[in-house]
Design a protein around this ligand. Structure first.
Ligand SMILES: [Ca+2]
Length: 98
């Protein structure tokens, strides 16, 4: 078990993903090794919003502008909010737990 973990970490470090500097989710380290740049999710994954939404890149994230009767659940456009999410305007958001 321990060997497998070490191997995994070794390979991750090998391709540069485990450097001294980490970028927040939605950002990627530039080739200079110090600059974090926004990932353009719309350009990298044109299908990210599915067939029923238009993608708009945002700094650190992205949004899908969904067609009528479709809602953005934080990842893509869906026809119904998943259990645990509730509809708020045109977006499915985590249901508030009190
Ligand atoms: Ca982005």
């Amino acid at each position: 078990m321990a060997d497998a973990v070490e191997e995994l970490m070794g390979s991750a470090a090998g391709d540069g993903r485990l450097g001294a500097l980490h970028c927040p989710v939605g950002y990627r380290l530039e080739e200079d090794g110090v600059t974090c740049r926004d990932v353009d999710e719309c350009a990298e994954d044109p299908g990210v919003c599915g067939a029923h939404g238009d993608c708009r890149n945002l700094e650190g994230s992205y949004r899908c502008k969904c067609s009528a009767h479709y809602f953005f659940d934080g990842i893509t456009c869906v026809e119904h909010c998943e259990p645990g999410l509730e509809l708020q305007g045109t977006e499915c958001v985590p249901r508030a737990e009190l």
